[in-house]
Design a binder for this molecule. Structure first.
Ligand SMILES: *[C@@H]1O[C@H](CO)[C@@H](O)[C@H](O)[C@H]1NC(C)=O
Ligand SMILES: *[C@@H]1O[C@H](CO)[C@@H](O)[C@H](O)[C@H]1NC(C)=O
Ligand SMILES: *[C@@H]1O[C@H](CO)[C@@H](O)[C@H](O)[C@H]1NC(C)=O
Ligand SMILES: *[C@@H]1O[C@H](CO)[C@@H](O)[C@H](O)[C@H]1NC(C)=O
Ligand SMILES: *[C@@H]1O[C@H](CO)[C@@H](O)[C@H](O)[C@H]1NC(C)=O
Ligand SMILES: *[C@@H]1O[C@H](CO)[C@@H](O)[C@H](O)[C@H]1NC(C)=O
Ligand SMILES: *[C@@H]1O[C@H](CO)[C@@H](O)[C@H](O)[C@H]1NC(C)=O
Length: 924
């Protein structure tokens, strides 16, 4: 089982707070799903996109009024009950409106209205996760700061700074929880002339993502801290007690606040923030916001992509779902052209030495501030066995003494650290050392308790002393933290989300420091703190982009080149610190760790910075790479390649995705470079061809992701590398529906009664209250389209086919229109290879896969057979439910491209059929 704790924040979208470990049973009892089965939520809020220059879709008729007024008038004529929310009028980026419908049946009318280009559901995004946070409290902190510039050294930012480039004149929009600009390290004020020169609060303190936002002009953050930490990474001013500076600290910050003090954000708010940041002329926009997706389609991804297309830089964090394995990057980072950023660990950690009375070497504990203890304390170990895997995960035995006067020593692992501290605190414990269990060292989150991580070997020494030397005492000099190099520094953070997308796009695009980063916090939350997360990596990359724009100009062409520059000059990251360790997968590290100095210094231009080899069905074995030599010298380029590890992403025995650490196989792709040396005359271009052969001898059912890097060394002394990545399987074969009994005790999908018990064939339901069939299922992979239809009881699949026009599938048709726009890959009526259906119950576009190990996150879904999708009631009679999941790269018009599951026969026997189902829907 995995070492991660996840907390559910919002239905379907969840936050990964990455505490240290947790216990999860291999089986989840069916009864545990009942609470969520009985709570059925219907969303009827949509973002309706209207035709505009940006949508690249010509309107069906000439506009008379605004397109919004036209839409409202048309809907009123058609008797559609709706209420409209925010309108967007950005002709160049996005024209549309937020609509709440009273009935799903009206979706047809909306989607078919003149000028409507797309209808997309309103999504709620999770609050960005600080994976670990450690706050410092104010002025009592001792003043000697650690050297926190290690993140700058890792990425060449120190050398860019040495040249006097601090991002002057670049405007950076930070879409986050606001900022405490009154923190002196963030300029001490707001408005023209201050570091935080502008911005807006779209939500107010009380906003949770589920209530009405109360906007105002002031984006001050005094209750969340996330945006304040993010802003310090970009722009902390020199001269502070921790001696930190931001990556681009002479840039101008605009803070767009989209989170209240708690909760999430609905994407219309994020749309507002993106459009305002664009209108305010931000050169760089950064979002540390996301929801696990695996796909590139959501309103915010699309708008972010359009802003990139207009010549601005957008960075976004890839998410903190690294424990969940491959195919799980977050939107909107997955948007085209957006720079999605993963996290690497800082190379240095702040540490303070505790002194032992027996003369043994001091014990460093990883913390920015010393424990507030001026006497020496004896130690108490909660276990005398240093191998016990779940030390202090349960209440301590009654024989435990009062721990108030001790330093309590506990082994890491087995449950969340805070749970261990809570158990020890229940016995009076006040000060805690957690000794490491082999996971990465770091500044850990201890909640309100005073505790810190120590090294495993120091823990072993202390536990042994506890057994043998009752006199050992520990003291805590009130001295300065210094920074110490740590194993694992510079490596990919275990929490960093892993791609690729299901379309085999590279995501993350690049990596930046995000693990154990010291930055600013609101004054009332410690003023400074250490946090970890891809939330920290995205603003770092935004600062890096600002340095590049400062160096090269901020015209449209330069802005569009930033992603490629960061990618081609990034450094490959190894899988471990051991010499000769293999290179990590491009699915995990994208193009590698950014090097801003090289991105700015490089003169040659590599125009192809990702070689996306797709799957065995759609991939191409030949890739062309073009090099431009804009200098006045003839330059010679030597080309080579280095393989990365090959990941087995799916467990072939049950079709479920493998969790981290993902198994690897030794086979790598064959790579032949045609033109290993290329000489390019001044001002001309040169090229070479990369021929790849997917690794052979692998089980295609493991969906191996192979990858590596083409390296280019120039006679000017430049080095570049470009990732290649593909899978030696067909994505169309990837199992979508979990048909195993791994997660629940029962084989799924399974038909349950509305109260959560397996329902036998022939069960009769009244569809009143909770007396309805509910099909429990899980997605082992994402699907472009999940369909649930009632079919007649004699239906078999495949078979009983009878031509049926897909255009009759009213709502699906509109979903497809919303998702695909008006492109041609819509199925044409009559070509759907046709299972005759009675009526649709559910259609869901572009679903991510489910969490595999933790039911409390989004671990499963239901199809509730209560009424048709259009809210019409189901006539009495016998039915089966046909659940279909379109396979990745599948053709929506072909039955054989779906995975299908057919329920047992059930009977609908409503007491008074016409009144059995209420048409009332919940407004959100
Ligand atoms: C449904 O919505 C309510 C109110 O927003 C919320 O409290 C509840 O948790 C939601 N239920 C589910 C299953 O998401
Ligand atoms: C916009 O539409 C034109 C004409 O249909 C097409 O040639 C062009 O490729 C489209 N552009 C984009 C970005 O889709
Ligand atoms: C603080 O930062 C300055 C400039 O970055 C550097 O010269 C100095 O050595 C740092 N001091 C410490 C204690 O790290
Ligand atoms: C791979 O092929 C599929 C199917 O044609 C396509 O949808 C996808 O965009 C391709 N991926 C890349 C990275 O080109
Ligand atoms: C299936 O049942 C339907 C309705 O009861 C009937 O019209 C149809 O002919 C049956 N099809 C087969 C293949 O038995
Ligand atoms: C709703 O859908 C069902 C099943 O497709 C169909 O029979 C019914 O006519 C539809 N009702 C309305 C009002 O569109
Ligand atoms: C549906 O709405 C009506 C009017 O608001 C209300 O009287 C009725 O009780 C509601 N029905 C249900 C089942 O909630």
């Amino acid at each position: 089982m995995k070492a991660a704790t996840h907390f559910l924040i919002a239905f379907g979208l969840s936050i990964n707070l990455f505490a240290d470990s947790f216990v999860s049973a291999a089986f989840t009892s069916l009864s545990s799903v009942i609470p969520s089965l009985t709570a059925s939520n219907t969303t009827t809020a949509y973002i309706v996109e209207l035709s505009s220059a940006a949508s690249n879709s010509s309107s069906k008729r000439k506009r008379s009024l605004t397109p919004h007024q036209d839409l409202y008038n048309e809907l009123r004529r058609k008797d559609v009950a709706f209420s409209s929310g925010t309108e967007w009028h950005s002709e160049q980026i996005f024209v549309g409106v937020e609509l709440v419908l009273n009935s799903l049946a009206d979706l047809d009318a909306v989607a078919n209205a003149d000028n409507v280009v797309a209808v997309r559901p309103v999504l709620t995004f999770q609050p960005p996760a600080l994976v670990r946070t450690h706050s410092l409290t104010g002025s009592s902190d001792p003043a000697l700061p650690p050297d926190t510039q290690s993140t700058h050294v890792m990425t060449g930012v120190d050398m860019v700074h040495a040249g006097g480039n601090f991002g002057q004149d670049i405007k950076i929009g930070v879409i986050d929880s606001g900022v405490d600009y009154l923190n002196p390290t963030l300029g001490g004020g707001f408005g023209p002339g201050f570091l935080v020169a502008g911005g807006y609060d779209f939500v107010g303190n009380a906003y949770t993502g589920a209530n009405t936002p109360v906007p105002d002009a002031d984006p001050l953050d005094t209750c969340f801290g996330h945006g304040t930490h993010v802003t310090g990474i970009i722009a902390a001013q020199p001269g502070n007690i921790y001696n930190i500076t931001g990556v681009a600290y002479k840039s101008s910050i605009y803070a767009y606040r989209v989170f209240g003090c708690t909760g999430g954000v609905q994407d219309p708010i994020t749309v507002n923030a993106l459009l305002k940041a664009y209108d305010d002329g931000m050169d760089v926009i950064t979002l540390s916001i996301g929801g696990a997706s695996g796909w590139s389609e959501s309103t915010t991804s699309i708008i972010a992509s359009r802003i990139v297309e207009k010549g601005r830089v957008v960075t976004a964090s890839i998410g903190n779902d690294g424990a969940q394995g491959a195919w799980y990057p977050s939107a909107p980072g997955t948007g085209k052209g957006v720079i999605s950023v993963g996290s690497v660990e800082n190379t240095q950690l702040p540490a303070i030495n505790a002194v032992l009375s027996d003369g043994h070497a001091p014990v460093p504990y990883f913390s920015l501030r010393p424990f507030p203890v001026t006497t020496s304390l004896p130690i108490y170990a909660t276990s005398k066995d240093i191998t016990v895997a779940n030390d202090a995960c349960n209440a301590l035995p009654s024989s435990t003494p009062n721990l108030a006067g001790y330093v309590v020593v506990i082994r890491r692992g087995g449950c969340a650290i805070v749970d261990k501290l809570k158990n020890a605190a229940a016995k009076g414990g006040k000060y805690f050392f957690i000794y490491n269990d082999g996971t990465a060292l770091g500044v850990i989150s201890t909640g309100t308790y005073i505790g810190a991580l120590i090294r495993a070997e120091d823990g072993a020494y202390l536990v042994n002393a506890f057994k043998t030397n009752a006199n050992l005492r520990v003291s805590f000099p009130q001295t300065l933290a210094n920074t110490v190099p740590v194993d694992g520094g510079g490596l990919v953070s275990s929490f960093s989300g892993m791609g690729p997308t299901y379309e085999l796009n590279l995501s993350p695009a690049v990596m930046a420091p995000g693990g154990n980063v010291i930055s600013t916090m609101p004054r009332n939350m410690g003023t400074f703190g250490v946090s970890s997360g891809t939330s920290m990596a995205a603003p770092f990359a935004a600062g890096a982009a600002a340095l590049i724009l400062k160096a090269k100009g901020k015209d449209k062409a330069t802005c569009k080149s930033v992603k490629g520059l960061l990618q081609s000059t990034a450094g490959m990251i190894p899988t471990s610190g051991v010499d000769g360790a293999p290179i990590a997968s491009a699915a995990q590290q994208g193009a590698g760790l950014i090097n801003v100095y090289q991105a700015i210094q490089a003169q040659s231009v590599i125009t192809t910075t990702e070689l996306l080899l797709n799957d065995t069905l759609f991939g191409s074995n030949y890739q062309l790479v073009i090099i431009r030599n804009p200098t006045k010298k003839t330059v010679t380029y030597n080309i080579d390649h280095a393989a990365g590890i090959t990941l087995s992403t799916v467990n072939p025995s049950n079709g479920l995705p493998n969790m981290a650490p993902i198994p690897t196989v030794p086979q790598t792709a064959g790579v032949t470079i045609v033109g290993k040396q290329v000489t390019v005359w001044p001002k001309l271009i040169g090229m070479f061809i990369v021929k790849t052969t997917p690794p052979t001898g692998l089980d295609a059912k493991t969906f191996p992701i192979y990858s590596g890097y083409i390296t280019i060394c120039s006679s000017l002394g430049e080095t570049f590398s470009i990732p290649y990545m593909g899978t030696s399987s067909r994505m169309r074969d990837m199992p979508v529906l979990d048909q195993s009994d791994v997660f629940f005790e029962a084989q799924i999908p399974i038909m349950l009664t509305g109260s959560g018990y397996p329902a036998d064939a022939g069960t009769s339901f009244t569809l009143v209250g909770s007396d309805y069939p509910a099909i429990l299922y899980r997605r082992a992979a994402g699907s472009p389209s999940i369909l649930a239809d009632l079919v007649s009881p004699n239906t078999t699949v495949p078979g009983a086919v009878q031509a049926r026009s897909l255009s009759k599938r009213g709502t699906l048709w509109n979903w497809l229109k919303g998702i695909f726009g008006n492109r041609n890959n819509q199925p044409t009526p009559g070509t759907f290879a046709n299972v005759r259906t009675v009526g649709p119950i559910q259609n869901v576009p572009y679903s991510p896969r489910h969490e595999m190990e933790d039911a409390e996150r989004s671990g499963y879904d239901f199809v509730r057979v209560q009424n048709y999708l259009n809210t019409t009631s189901i006539a009495n009679g016998q039915y089966k439910l046909l659940l279909r999941a379109l396979k990745v790269t599948g053709n929506a018009a072909k039955q054989e491209d779906y995975e299908s599951w057919l329920s047992p026969v059930f009977t609908v026997n409503a007491p008074t059929p016409s009144a059995s189902v209420s048409a009332n829907t919940t407004l959100v």
